[in-house]
Design a protein around this ligand. Structure first.
Ligand SMILES: CC(C)(COP(=O)(O)OP(=O)(O)OC[C@H]1O[C@@H](n2cnc3c(N)ncnc32)[C@H](O)[C@@H]1OP(=O)(O)O)[C@@H](O)C(=O)NCCC(=O)NCCSC(=O)C1=CCCCC1=O
Length: 375
């Protein structure tokens, strides 16, 4: 039986919400590019692309400004709704940082003591994490440098991480005035053991990519340093042996004279992301050769476990984060941002606790006592 009598509309619809409203090319911005899928011989495949979403604020370690948060939301919606995109690659400009979280300059000078404004900002931040978790393309985190604080939160919202071996991972909030409740407290216990999740979350220690690989948080670690044409594993990290004196040393940072030697060696090397990009392209090619709907349903089914705790917590935490802008965030981010004037990048924690122990009122006088004065 012919179905010719059923009306069909065959004009393709555009499901993108925005047309490059929050995207750009000059820093600070989020860059959006479509790059052809490459076959294993490196030949571009017709009509199929990956979406490269690049945080572009290298001078501030690719921290995201308010406008950049909007850019990430726009970029992931665009990648999600573009039928020619196979996968999204979330990366950043430069070789130092992938992302160091929220922009502390904005936090200190604008959002502190404006909790309602920060609440509106966190609504956008939540939109950014949800945008990554809801993208209907696999999201690869191509980590070109440190992934810290809110950077770690949005990084863990992605599906698979491929990392430079110069990258380090961790949190900064408890030191500078925030709690990593923009995803890390929800995601870390899935990636690490509960013990490691808590330790990594609150210690503000930065762990090497090699350590995070063996802990199971990331998929691949590739060297990026090249000396005289030879690849050199990050010399700041122990990769020569697994254990010494009964302790695991693999993935730990070298110290003292060994650190000085490592820094001297790094100064003689060039940074080259060739191996990192080969791995990213190989992963995109693997995705290309899978059924797209089976692939996305599999990924979404696993994402659901990450979303479970994130969705339960995000609204309540939005209100706490907003209120905290009148409190520890006000003190901590201002201490960090004035460090060049004062010589100290954190509050005086002992004094802070002593004042709390006396039941002191949090006011300007309190702040004067815990934030170092300009030298
Ligand atoms: C550990 C650091 C990320 C890196 O330390 P180091 O390697 O010693 O480099 P620095 O000299 O400190 O930094 C180089 C320059 O980059 C600027 N920078 C770094 N991070 C930021 C940032 N997040 N915002 C703005 N600018 C940044 C730094 O000022 C230097 O500039 P200069 O002009 O002096 O060359 C260390 O930098 C660090 O700890 N940074 C702060 C990290 C942080 O606190 N991030 C925010 C945490 S809170 C957050 O992200 C949240 C997200 C949403 C939910 C709630 C929330 O709290």
């Amino acid at each position: 039986m012919s179905l010719d009598f059923l009306k069909r509309d065959n004009e393709l619809k555009n499901h993108a919400l925005m047309e490059n409203q929050h995207l750009g090319t000059s820093a600070p911005s989020v860059i959006y590019e479509k790059r052809p899928v490459l076959d294993p011989a490196g030949k571009p495949v017709d009509d199929l692309y990956s979406a490269w979403i690049t945080l572009n604020n290298p001078a501030q370690y690719n921290s995201y400004t308010t406008e950049m948060v909007k850019g990430v939301i726009e970029a992931f919606q665009k990648a999600s709704s573009d039928r020619s995109i196979v996968a999204a690659v979330f990366t950043a400009v430069g070789e130092k940082a992938w992302c160091s979280g929220g922009n502390t300059a904005e936090y200190a000078s604008y959002y502190s003591r404006r909790p309602t404004e920060y609440g509106d900002y966190i609504d956008l931040f939540i939109g950014m994490v949800d945008g990554i978790l809801n993208c209907k393309k696999p999201v690869i985190c191509r980590v070109n440098g440190m992934r810290v604080a809110g950077g770690q939160e949005i990084g863990m919202a992605t599906d698979i991480t491929i990392s430079s071996d110069m990258a380090v991972y961790g949190q900064a909030g408890p030191k500078h005035g925030s709690a990593p409740v923009g995803g890390s407290t929800d995601f870390l216990p899935w990636f690490l053991s509960m013990e490691d999740a808590i330790y990594n979350c609150v210690s503000c220690e930065l762990w090497s990519a090699y350590k995070m690989k063996y802990k199971g948080m990331i998929s691949k670690v590739l060297p990026v340093l090249k000396k005289n044409g030879e690849w050199i594993p990050n010399p700041k990290v122990r990769t020569d042996t697994w254990a010494e004196h009964g302790q695991i040393v693999y993935g730990e940072m070298v110290q003292g004279a060994a650190l000085e030697e490592a820094e001297a060696l790094i100064a003689q090397c060039k940074v080259d992301f060739e191996l990192l990009d080969k791995e990213v392209n190989a992963l995109i090619w693997r995705f290309t050769n899978l059924f797209p709907n089976c692939l996305m349903n599999s990924i979404d089914a696993i994402r659901g476990k990450k979303k479970f705790f994130w969705d339960q917590q995000k609204v309540a935490q939005r209100h706490w984060l907003a209120a905290n802008m009148n409190n520890e965030a006000w003190l901590g981010f201002n201490a960090f941002e004035s460090r060049k004037l004062t010589g100290k990048d954190t509050v005086d924690f002992v004094k802070y606790r002593q004042l709390l122990a006396k039941g002191a009122q949090i006011d300007e006088h309190f702040a004067e006592q815990v934030i170092a004065a300009p030298r």
